[in-house]
Design a protein around this ligand. Structure first.
Ligand code: F6P
Length: 742
């Protein structure tokens, strides 16, 4: 830029200079011509009047001796050439020039004019002057002088060259000065930055940078082991990180769904169930790694039979790693809080799946009562005045504020496992302010994606009096802030259920046998709770479309849907149940023949080992959620495929689609696209399946649940240090003002 600017400037200067010197030269030559003619005017006039060409020629020859005068012609007043010496310009002879010097019709006695012109001559350009020769009797004729202009052109060229050199030198100087200035200011900037990083100086200018650098350093430190080594996140590494960051303090996890459900069997025995819940899948391994207590609803028919007097039971059964504290509610409370407000209100409110939310005041009252029950149980379990409490999901939106009221110094972390809708949609909730205020009792709130965090902050901005600190991603209310962060949830790695599972080919053989499939059959699998957000109807319709589009798959392709019945007391779920069954029947009636049924619907609770066997047996897994916070089924399928075979077809409306980008990402509403994706999956070469799965497996292995928990608890530890310091500061101030220090 600088050089271009200087170039333009120089070029401009050159043009101005050229025009000025041209002017000067022409004026100078006219003057010289005048001097020459005036000096010899007497002899010239005599010669012209006497018409003595020989004498005139001598005079003219003398004039031509001047090195810049190339030629002179003497003309009579009537335009006749009388004598000439040197070069005579062809187009401008006496006849042509005379009318300019002695214009016809000029008033009597008016002085003759001077004529000048620049013309080309052989070998260059010349300046021509036509000047009258006067004596006492008036005009005796005129003289045409031809001046050489090549010297002026030479001068122009020299000037131009000089300017070019000046431009080059100027550019060089400007570049040097700029480099030196930049170096000096960079040096002083880096010196100040170094001083600031050392803590010697802190200026407003650098504060945002400093914050970013510190965050980065913290991030890197958390990624390292306690002994300074990097590596994968494991349960042990999480334990060490907790010991380092939280000094072994216990964690209280609280959720509606419990990790182990004790169910009474018809023969009187008790069976332990692992619920189909993403929340449990994710958090149970964290709880195994950390010491602490899990507070949850006792929903099993034999739950009360196995707890102690404090409603506690040690789990996992047979391992007794941590206590599960059960919370009981009445049937009415369960109806209002769980089925009503949580699952007929908040669940459809947060998922864009076209089911109307239903809000009833009675449900809201039960929701408040049950949240208080959970909050009381947490406070009961807390052994210190500032415990770390991890509150899970939409069932417990009011609990953070309730816990904060009883334990103001607790570090309360809320994690929302489902999507957070946009502010308009959230505004449908009649108790939107109360929900937001309840959640903001937490020190930190986590969501799966940045989009959900943004939606949450927009909702707060719209409906609550508070300050949104976008830079720090926090909401500030009455001087207390809540950090809002994305923490995409994941799985333990390796998944513990895989340890005792047979190898992949054996699983495939077993499942094929169970389903009565021939060896060359192609198997698709879907695994979900029977929920309208999972897009199960669309999935089965996509299977139908696939068979329409690819008749060659008839008799060969089978889709098995493992569907765990869920929330069956709610009408919408009953309707869904019937609809899914009807679609499966229709497709089977249409395309089935003999023993061939393209869709196998297994409506039952399946324990994790069964689910993982199916993942291993399948050629493809289709996750078609219409809206989903993360969806851990997608990650489970990836984890199950140690053989790096099989293809994941994944809805774009899941949090997982942002991470598992090597899956075949589809819009589940687009049946043609979904069918084509399944067809592509079934035809995909093994090498490509391998490449995709390898990449996704590496991702899930790296971003596993231990890393998720490690990051969240590291952030909590930092908040805790900050809160403890400001608490200490407050204590000192109040002691000073009340004089209590002495
Ligand atoms: O993963 C999201 C989630 O809503 C969890 O909160 C819940 O535990 C799970 O789905 C299953 O739902 P439910 O607990 O109602 O069976």
């Amino acid at each position: 830029m600088l050089v271009a600017g200087l170039g333009l400037l120089t070029w401009g200067a050159f043009l101005v200079m050229q025009a000025t010197t041209k002017n000067w030269v022409e004026r100078d030559l006219t003057l010289r011509a005048r001097l020459a003619v005036n000096g010899a005017s007497h002899i010239l006039a005599e010669g012209l009047r006497a018409e003595k060409p020989a004498e005139l020629k001598t005079v003219l020859t003398n004039l031509v001796r001047d090195e810049r005068i190339l030629g002179v012609s003497a003309c009579a007043p009537d335009g006749q050439l009388v004598a000439t010496a040197g070069v005579a310009p062809v187009d401008f002879g006496c006849l042509q020039v005379t009318p300019f010097v002695f214009p016809k019709g000029a008033p009597l006695g008016s002085p003759p004019l001077e004529w000048e012109h620049v013309a080309g001559i052989r070998g260059g350009r010349a300046h021509l002057n036509g000047l009258a020769v006067m004596d006492e009797s008036g005009p005796a004729g005129l003289v045409i002088l031809v001046h050489d202009l090549s010297f002026a052109e030479r001068r122009d060229a020299e000037g131009r060259n000089l300017l070019l050199v000046a431009f080059f030198l100027l550019s060089l100087c400007a570049a040097l000065v700029t480099i030196i200035a930049v170096r000096l200011s960079w040096r002083s900037w880096t010196q100040r930055l170094r001083r600031m990083l050392k803590g010697d100086e802190e200026t407003d200018e650098f504060r945002p940078l400093l914050r970013d650098v510190r965050a980065l350093v913290d991030e890197i430190m958390t990624e390292r082991d306690a002994d300074g080594e990097g590596g994968a996140w494991t349960a042990d590494r999480l334990k060490q990180a907790l010991r380092r960051n939280l000094h072994g303090e216990k964690i209280v996890i609280v959720s509606n769904r419990e990790p182990y459900i004790h169910e009474r069997q018809s023969d009187g025995s008790i069976r332990v169930l692992h619920p189909a819940s993403g929340l449990v899948t994710a958090l149970e391994p964290v709880m195994r790694a950390c010491s602490g207590v899990w507070v949850a609803h006792g929903s099993g028919t034999a739950d009360r039979d196995v707890v102690d007097a404090h409603a506690r039971v040690m789990v996992p059964p047979g391992e007794a790693l941590y206590p599960l504290r059960r919370v009981w509610f009445t049937e009415e409370q369960e109806k209002g809080y769980y089925y009503g407000f949580s699952n007929e209100g908040l669940w459809p409110l947060c998922h864009v799946a076209h089911t109307r939310p239903i809000f009833r005041t009675s449900d809201w009252i039960h929701y408040g009562e049950v949240n208080q029950k959970f909050a009381d149980a947490v406070c009961d379990e807390a052994e210190i005045e500032d415990p770390i409490v991890l509150i899970q999901d939409y069932h417990l939106a009011l609990a953070p504020r309730m816990i904060r009221e009883k334990l103001p110094r607790a570090t309360v972390i809320g994690f929302w496992h489902i999507p957070w809708p946009n502010a308009d949609r959230f505004g449908i909730c009649p108790w939107r302010e109360e929900i937001l205020d309840g959640m903001l009792g937490a020190s930190m709130l986590g969501f799966h994606t940045q989009g959900h965090c943004n939606n949450f902050m927009d909702s707060v901005d719209r409906y609550l009096e508070s300050r949104i600190d976008r830079e720090k991603q926090a909401v500030v209310q009455l001087g207390r802030s809540t950090q809002i962060r994305p923490y995409p949830i994941s799985l333990e790695w390796p998944v513990r259920w895989l340890k005792d599972l047979p190898p992949v080919p054996e699983c495939r053989r077993g499942v094929f046998e169970e389903l009565g499939l021939s060896e060359d059959a192609l198997l698709g699998v879907g695994v979900d709770r029977l929920d309208y957000t999972k897009g199960i109807e669309e999935r089965l319709q996509a299977v139908e479309r696939l068979l329409e589009l690819r008749p060659e798959l008839l008799g060969r392709f089978v889709f098995v849907q493992l569907a765990a019945p869920s929330r069956t007391a709610i009408d919408r779920y009953r309707v869904l149940n019937e609809s899914v069954e009807a679609i499966a029947k229709r497709v089977n009636d249409r395309f089935g023949s003999g023993s061939y049924r393209p869709i196998i619907l297994k409506r039952a609770h399946h324990e994790p080992p069964t689910v993982f066997r199916y993942y291993r047996a399948a050629d493809l897994c289709y996750v078609s959620s219409l809206d989903d916070g993360m969806n851990l089924v997608a990650k489970e399928f990836v984890a199950a495929r140690e053989d790096e075979k099989g293809v994941l077809v994944l809805s774009q409306f899941t949090g997982a689609a942002r991470e598992l980008t090597e899956s075949l990402v589809v819009n589940p509403y687009d049946l043609d696209q979904s069918a084509e994706a399944m067809a592509a999956a079934l035809m995909m070469p093994i090498e490509e399946q391998r490449a995709r799965l390898r990449s996704m497996r590496a991702y899930v292995a790296e971003f596993n649940i231990y890393r998720w928990a490690g990051r969240m608890l590291r952030d909590a530890a930092r908040l805790r240090r900050r809160d403890r310091l400001s608490g200490r500061l407050n204590d000192q101030y109040s002691a000073r003002f009340t004089g209590a220090e002495s």
